[in-house]
Design a protein. Sequence first.
Lengths: 347, 612
Amino acid sequence: MSETDAIGWFADLRIDDRPTVGGKGASLGELTHAGIDVPPGFVVTTHAFELFLEALEQASPVRALVEAIDPADLDAVTALSKALRARVEQEPLPQPVERAILDAHTQLAGDGATVAVRSSATTEDAEDASFAGLQDTFLWVLDAQDTVHRVRECWGSLYSVESITYRRKHGLPEEGVAMAVVVQTMVDARTAGVMFTRSPTTGDKSVITIEGAWGLGSAVVSGEVTPDRWVIGKITGEISTREISDKHIRQVPAQGGGIVDEDLPADMRTAPSLSDEELQALRTVGRRVEKHYGRPQDIEWAIDKSGALLLLQSRPETVWSAKAQVPVTAPTADPLKHVMTIFGGRK
Amino acid sequence: MSQPTKGFPLPSSLKVVPGTEAAQAAHPYYIQFNPGDDERFWFYNSMHFPEPMHHFDMVTAEAAYCALGSFNTRVHVLPTTKGIDHRIINGRVFIGGVAVTDPAEIEARTKEFQQRAFYYYEHWETLYDQWKEKMKALIADAQALPKPTLPDLEPIETTHTGKGVAANHALIDTYRKTLEGYFRMWHHHFEFLLLGYGAYLTFFDFCKKAFPEISDQAISRMVAGMEAEIFRPDEEVKRLARRAVELGVDDKFHDGMVIDDVLAALDQLGGAGKEWLKELESSRNPWFNVNVGDGFYHYHRSWNDDLSMPFAALPGYIEKVKSGQPIERPTGKLIEEREQLVADYRDLLDTDEDRATYDQLITLAHRVFPYVEGHKFYCEHWYTNLFFNKIREYGELLAENGFFAEPADVFHLTHYELESAIIDLMLTWSSGAQPIGPQHWPAKVAERKAAIKIWGEHTVPPALGAVPDVIDDPAIVMLWGITRESLDAWLSDGEGPSNELKGFAACQGVVEGTARVVKSVEEISRLQQGDILVCQVTNPTWAPIFQKISAAVSDIGGSMSHMAIVAREYELPAVVGTGSATQRIKDGQRIRVDGGRGIVTILEDQPVLEDA
């Protein structure tokens, strides 16, 4: 992909493209390239955003206003946020940018497919919870115009009260603040959820933890349903934990776009949302992705109505990976000394 | 710890069941509970001795603990533990460890241990090869012992060769040699056992630390031996099935066949039939010297003594051979899988230090495991069969001389009493008078038979005395899987759902089916295709019927037990060590076995009538 492209197709992206397509976009490109089933899509690059921002700056200043604001003055920040978001969402897009998005949308969803529009932040920092508001996701977006609008909303979130306050408090320069946006065909999921390729509770890398529930994965990610939970031996495939929860609702596409909660019949509420075969398929793909990146992953996945398994996102697991790696037992010159852990008595 | 202290009854509070006092008193004084025993913690060794003991069979406890203790206390010098004491009450064997708690003594013993045990680890293969030779020589000695008989008159050769020893002397000589060999065998048994388990558990412990959620099964699959003797008897049955098809005599084998008739028919057939019988003979020696239990009861007969088990498996294997299914153990593939497993877990380790330790420990575990898996064939099976069969010969001789109604009654005597009965017979054979035994033993045998029946209906507490804070005895943890946690579980028994039994997850898979409660090997023919086997203790020698059942549940055994290893190899969902499956599950009930979680659920309260 060229640095000056307004959009980049997943198939053309690699993890190194992160600065222009964000972590999410780069990861989807990497997965696509690795042959993992990912719903097809493209990324509206930071370059597209920058072209737009330039156009905005020509009309009236943006960055200078943000840099000048006092983060302690909440009223001022709120007023500025409101003004800037309105501009980002309403002022005309540069022609080439709008054209690129509309064309790409036609190519991706010209047959009437719906898409998901999700922000894709470019810095590690942005994945931090303190950068709240940057992780916008719009599901079941119906047409090209709506897609363009949602892309702008994602960009606008850069000027949310939380984002502006965060950047000012940390003294981050406005130069270089940018946002990529992922546009991806929507999976009408029968079951969806998340998968960690290690144990979130013990950090054990020999197990895979899978959480899933009926319908779209948004219900699991947002915590609106208690998902079913399984723990599977990464290498052996043994299913050591099966916690089937009462899943009172599922999220499904809404008639006019977006998603809606739907009550579930009693028998479905307590039925496992994945079969053993599907769990094993998830394990296989989880191992592949982990192997590809060389480190444990935090994965979002969906199984569509035809039973096909697709990955929606994969990012490195951060909590346990950040801990210092300490040997399990101190090495000894004489390996036989290790048996004293059994024969030596309680320490 | 603000919880109220729970404990088990004191030994002194345990009463001999009324009517069995004489049978209880017949056991030697040193295995009767004494007042000092109230100070110690004891547990019922239901793993090795799940059924009430015949008096003679207590020789196994005596010989085994004599040897176990010697090696722990004085040969390898385990730092924190000595041997195991045993007691008997109401037919049940209770055991208690002797812990070393003085730090100075532990330190001194640690030094000794490292000199001695490490020598074994360093020279394991050589010493184990030497061990096998020793065992084979011991077996040959036992096989060479003459059958005890008393001629009316000495043969003339005794005179002509100037032998100078009459036949009655051979009775006591052979008996003492038989006992001597059995005690010696148990010494050999414990020469490597604890060290082997310890090395294995060191790897186990490392894996549990490196991978906190790893299953016991995954670890044992990384270690499991491939050429182990325990798989061989079943492989021989498969071989015989294939030979039957090749020789065209497979139509002789079918479910419910009368084995003697089949053997006679094959013999009569000549040619191919005789050829197959020859194959059978070569399998029988030595591979059918496996018994259907753990070798601790005289009535756990070997396949050689009772061909029911291998023959029950033949029709199924023959069917598979004819339909072209591979039945032989894919050793090459299994080795590949094991190596892959070891490599895959290694890849998950974070540091070079861990990978180095892992390599050392898996190497050590693989070095010791052939003994851990293989010794049973030589000790608990082959030698034990020879031993009990020799005693059975004494039973025949004594029964012929009116001591007992039937030969197996001999097992109601302690080994001291048996020696006295033999001497009684020797004396009266020499004096020409009538032995006294026929007036003495039948009543005692009847009394003990009745006692065993009563004891069998009587339950005993799983443990006696105060619960120790920690079980820091590697022998007890390794051999019996008893930890503070398992004791707490025993104490809170009955607090879970009434239709649920918990055990060790031996092999994953969820199966629902009809429970077939099989209490002895004679009952295996009741198993129908797809039944769930519920038994007290299974043994690798039950493997041939694993092809017929859909899951297995046992009262006794840990996730490292041989049963668990074999179940995994057959991919048979299994829960072992439930404690009470054979008591709580009724024959014919529908049950669900969740082998991955170690849970058995009784689905129906009403047994389904077999012929309904």
